[in-house]
Write a protein that binds this ligand. Structure first.
Ligand code: HAM
Length: 419
């Protein structure tokens, strides 16, 4: 039978069997970020379209063809956020967070929306964990941020993650580099695809986003910022590298790493894996020293990154066995009086932080035991009218099948000692 309604293409349900892994990733991100002094910020999913166009860049793939944009009546146009940085910066400016010393390191988790062609590891609704730092111009901030990113991946025991590092220059050296690149591309225009010929004129750095092998081959010989950076960018980059080296974090210099968003200056990085096929970027980020001012705020240097949660989960699933569902105690109850007593017992167990379930529909003992087994219960406490009259039920340990009598009033303490 065909389902009448299905989720929208590229937008997946996260089912209960998978949710534990999601919770693990999110909890680890919160824990690690807070260890570094980051505080949570939550911003709307919907922002004025203009905010994304201005920050991500008019001639990026995201803004040119991937945004979910709409108007309602005379309001709008609005866009479902394709990434979190623009909204966080908007909020930082709007609430004058530069005046709050406790708001210099911010993190946020949640869904993003990009109308890309769905495939493994690429979705139209996906989730990111983001970290952003404001007001730190020097390389120590980039260094600490990357160390934090790699320690989160370590904590999650991500089996394969490689750090790629580049610098994209600053207003001092980038124009020369752009000019040099444009010259290089112009000389090879005939060999480039139609899109790249257009990009070569409008925004030459964006040719590096092209996936076509013919263009990629040509770009192998392109000039890089590494060859042309100004002394300020060189010092900054050396500073970042030295922190990573001291922290024992390996990286690959990747002079053709440009990132798909226009707001970056200086440091740019990505974490890649060989285990996910074409969608190999687990996360990425970099410095964006001009964006706060560009969006109307005080001139404020910034650096941040985002990790794609779906890709992390895909990778973790390869490494860890799916966790079976689990429950500490199932109360198998027969008859109304036993149910009332069991319901009270369950409240007592939960007050002690012990997870348990009671039957919410009438079932035979046999089917209750079968159900408890499916839930992965460690203990089942059987209480019927006869047991109730003698004030003690039967506690069964499911793994061993061992049974013993336990008095009703002793059950909570008894289980507490056993778990
Ligand atoms: P981004 O590289 O566009 O950067 O995205 C970061 C990560 O989000 C990617 O490496 C990938 O893991 C995941 N991702 C992106 N698109 C998809 C998709 N369609 N399906 C599944 N996962 C996806 C940013 O978004 C920047 N805001 C990062 C940043 C923060 N830079 C500075 N601060």
């Amino acid at each position: 039978m065909a389902d009448k309604y299905r989720s929208i293409r590229g937008m997946a349900d996260i089912l209960p069997g998978e949710a534990k892994l999601w919770q693990r990733v999110e909890a680890a991100a919160r824990r690690v970020f807070e260890l570094y002094g980051f505080r949570e910020i939550r911003v709307p999913l919907l922002e004025p379209t203009e905010l994304f166009a201005r920050s991500i860049g008019e001639t990026t793939d995201i803004v040119e063809k991937e945004m979910y944009t709409f108007s309602v009546g005379t309001s709008g146009p609005y866009t479902l956020r394709p990434e979190a940085t623009a909204g966080v910066v908007r909020s930082y400016i709007q609430h004058r967070l530069h005046l709050d010393p406790a708001a210099r390191k911010l993190y946020t988790l949640g869904p993003m929306f990009r109308h890309e062609r769905p495939q493994k590891g690429r979705y139209r609704q996906f989730h990111q964990v983001n970290a952003e730092m404001f007001g730190y111009p020097g390389p120590r901030a980039d260094g600490e941020l990357i160390v934090m990113l790699m320690s989160l991946l370590g904590e999650l025991e991500v089996p394969d993650a490689r750090l790629h590092l580049n610098t994209l220059g600053c207003p001092e050296c980038r124009p020369d580099f752009k000019e040099e690149l444009a010259r290089f591309l112009k000389a090879r225009a005939k060999e480039l695809c139609k899109d790249c010929r257009r990009r070569a004129k409008s925004n030459p750095l964006r040719v590096f986003d092209c996936k076509k092998e013919t263009c990629q081959a040509i770009l192998k010989g392109a000039p890089t910022v590494l060859d042309m950076m100004c002394p300020g960018c060189r010092d900054h980059f050396e500073g970042v590298k030295s922190i990573l080296e001291k922290a024992g974090i390996g990286y690959r210099l990747d002079p053709y790493l440009v990132r798909g968003l226009d707001y970056y200056t200086r440091t740019a990085f990505e974490v890649k894996t060989d285990m996910l096929g074409a969608q190999d970027a687990l996360g990425g980020g970099g410095r964006y020293d001009l964006l706060v001012k560009e969006l109307g705020g005080p001139s404020t240097p910034a650096v941040g990154f985002a990790l794609g949660v779906e890709r992390l989960i895909l990778l973790l699933k390869k490494a860890v066995k799916e966790e079976a569902p689990g429950l500490s105690v199932y109360l198998a109850l027969l008859g109304d009086d036993a149910w009332d007593a069991g319901f009270e017992l369950a409240r007592g167990l939960r007050r002690e932080g012990i997870d348990c379930e009671v039957p919410l529909d009438a079932r035979s003992l046999k089917s209750q035991l079968r159900y408890a087994d499916k839930l992965g219960a460690r203990y089942v406490f059987i209480l019927g009218e006869e047991e109730l009259s003698r004030g003690a039920g039967t506690l069964k340990e499911m793994a061993t099948g061992l049974q013993e009598d336990v008095r009703v009033e002793d059950l909570v303490d008894f289980i507490k000692k056993r778990l």
